[in-house]
Design a protein around this ligand. Structure first.
Ligand SMILES: [Zn+2]
Ligand SMILES: [Zn+2]
Ligand SMILES: [Zn+2]
Ligand SMILES: [Zn+2]
Length: 414
C-alpha cells in the first residue's frame, strides 16, 4: 500500500490541537468528574452527518488537564487519569504477572490511562474502572498488529492490554459514602507494595541483598541496579537501615503514596469529561479548510478520515471518546484496519460478547510529548471493548480487548 495525500499522520492529528488551542476552554470549568454521570447521560443528539450507519449514540469526550489538587488523582476519589501511575481500584489483588507484561518483548507494560466508568448493571459494578497499558515499543505494536487479527488464538500475544476492575459499594477498600472531594478522603486500607522502579505493578520480588526494595520483575530490578541502586543498596545494608531513612531518600515505597524511581513515565493528567453534544454549535469557522473540495486534499482521501476529521474538529483537544453501548461504533480514522464483529473475541470470563467501551485518540501522544521520529510510538486510535455484561471474573482484574488502528499503512514487519 502506498501512503497517499489523504493519509492521516500524527502531524495532522497533533495540528488539531495547535489549531484549536486558545479557543473555547473557559466555559468548561464546572465541577465534573462525578462518578457515574458520564455513562447514564442520554441527551438526544442530532448530527448533520450523512453517514447513517453511525446513527449516533451520545458520546462523552475526555480532555486532559493538569490535576487541580494534590489529591485529585488518588484512588479514593475514583479518578479518570492519563499518564503517571495507575490509581488501582482494588489496591491489593493486583494483576497477575502475565497481565503485566508485553507478550512480545517481555517488558513490563506502561500505564496509559484509566477510565472510571461505573454502571448500574449489578451491585458489583458500583465502582468500575478500566485500565489501559501498552508497550512503548513501536516494533512491538507492529507485531501486535498481526496478532490482533488472529481470531481466537490459543493464547493472545499482545503489546496492548486492558484490565477491568469493579467493586460493590460496600467493599474493604473504600467508604461506602461518596468521596467529599475536599482533600480529606482516605482509603480504608493500604494497598500492596509496588515495584520500586516502575511504581506501577505489584512488587512481589525483593532485592536479595538489602531486602528493602521491591520489584515487579527481574528486568526492573536490573534497571534499578544499574541506575544507582547498586550503591544505594550497600548503604542501606550497612546503615542500621531504618525504613524511614530509605523512604526519605526515595528508596522505599511508602505504603500510601505510589512512587517510581524510573523517570520513564508519561506525564500525568486528570481526564475531564464533557458531553460531545455541548460542542455541536459553531462549526462553520473551524471547518473552513477541511472540506473535501479544498485545495490540498485530493480525491484519494480516505472517506473515514474525512468524517473522522469533521467529527473530531468539534472538540479538537479530545483524547478520549467514551460510549459504552451495544449499538455504538467507534469513530475510525481509517477505513482499512477495522475489525468486524467476529474479530472481537468474547469475554474470557463469561464467554459473552464484548461491546465498545471507549476509544483513545492520538492527541494523547501530543500531551505525552511523544516525538515524531520514525520509530516513535504512533497510532490512529485504540479502541477498547469490554464484556457487555460486566461479569465478575475469577480475578480482581479481568483482561478485556483493545484494537489498535495505525495511522499510516504499515504492512511489513521491520
Ligand atoms: Zn514490547
Ligand atoms: Zn516494575
Ligand atoms: Zn538492594
Ligand atoms: Zn464477561
Amino acid at each position: 500500500m502506498e501512503m497517499n495525500e489523504g493519509t492521516p499522520t500524527i502531524d495532522m492529528l497533533k495540528n488539531f490541537h495547535i489549531a484549536a488551542s486558545g479557543s473555547d476552554d473557559d466555559d468548561n470549568d464546572g465541577d465534573n468528574n462525578d462518578c457515574g454521570d458520564q455513562v447514564e447521560d442520554d441527551v438526544c443528539e442530532d448530527y448533520d452527518e450523512d453517514d447513517e450507519e453511525s446513527r449516533d449514540e451520545p458520546v462523552t469526550l475526555g480532555f486532559v488537564e493538569k490535576p487541580r489538587h494534590s489529591w485529585s488523582l488518588l484512588r479514593q476519589v475514583f479518578p479518570s487519569k492519563a499518564g503517571g501511575l495507575p490509581a488501582w481500584l482494588d489496591p491489593v489483588n493486583l494483576p497477575s504477572n502475565r497481565s503485566q507484561l508485553c507478550d512480545i518483548c517481555g517488558e513490563p507494560l506502561h500505564f496509559v490511562l484509566q477510565v472510571y466508568a461505573p454502571t448500574s448493571d449489578h451491585d458489583s459494578t458500583f465502582h468500575r474502572t478500566l485500565f489501559l497499558f501498552m508497550c512503548p515499543s513501536m516494533t512491538c505494536i507492529l507485531r501486535d498488529q498481526h496478532e490482533q487479527w488472529k481470531r481466537r488464538p490459543e493464547e493472545a500475544c499482545r503489546s496492548v492490554k486492558v484490565l477491568r476492575c469493579q467493586l460493590p459499594r460496600s467493599n474493604p477498600f473504600y467508604s461506602s459514602e461518596p468521596p467529599r472531594h475536599d482533600g480529606t478522603d482516605k482509603p480504608l486500607r493500604d494497598g500492596s507494595v509496588l515495584c520500586n522502579w516502575c511504581g506501577t505493578w505489584k512488587g512481589d520480588k525483593a532485592c536479595a541483598s538489602c531486602r528493602k526494595v521491591r520489584y515487579c520483575s527481574e528486568k526492573h530490578q536490573a534497571r534499578h541496579w544499574r541506575s544507582g541502586h547498586r550503591s544505594a543498596c550497600q548503604h542501606m545494608r550497612v546503615s542500621s537501615g531504618s525504613v524511614d531513612d530509605s523512604i526519605a531518600q526515595g528508596l522505599t515505597p511508602t505504603s500510601g503514596l505510589q512512587k517510581s524511581a524510573s523517570n520513564n513515565l508519561w506525564p500525568e493528567f486528570e481526564i475531564i469529561n464533557e458531553d460531545e453534544s455541548d460542542y455541536d454549535v459553531d462549526l462553520t469557522n473551524k471547518e473552513g479548510d477541511l472540506n473535501p473540495g479544498s485545495d490540498d486534499i485530493e480525491g484519494a482521501t480516505d472517506r473515514s478520515w474525512l468524517s473522522f476529521q469533521e467529527r473530531i474538529m468539534k472538540a479538537p483537544e479530545q483524547v478520549l471518546r467514551y460510549c459504552r453501548n451495544v449499538k455504538s461504533k467507534p469513530l475510525w480514522p481509517m477505513s482499512s484496519g477495522q475489525p468486524s464483529q467476529a474479530d472481537i473475541p468474547n469475554c474470557s470470563g463469561c464467554g459473552g460478547p464484548r461491546c465498545l467501551e471507549f476509544q483513545v485518540l492520538p492527541q494523547l501522544l501530543y500531551y505525552f510529548g511523544v516525538k515524531n521520529d520514525a520509530d516513535s510510538l504512533d497510532w490512529a486510535t485504540i479502541v477498547v471493548y469490554a464484556c457487555e455484561a460486566s461479569c465478575d471474573g475469577a480475578t480482581a482484574y479481568m483482561e478485556e480487548f483493545a484494537w489498535i488502528q495505525l495511522s499510516s499503512p504499515f504492512t511489513a514487519l521491520p
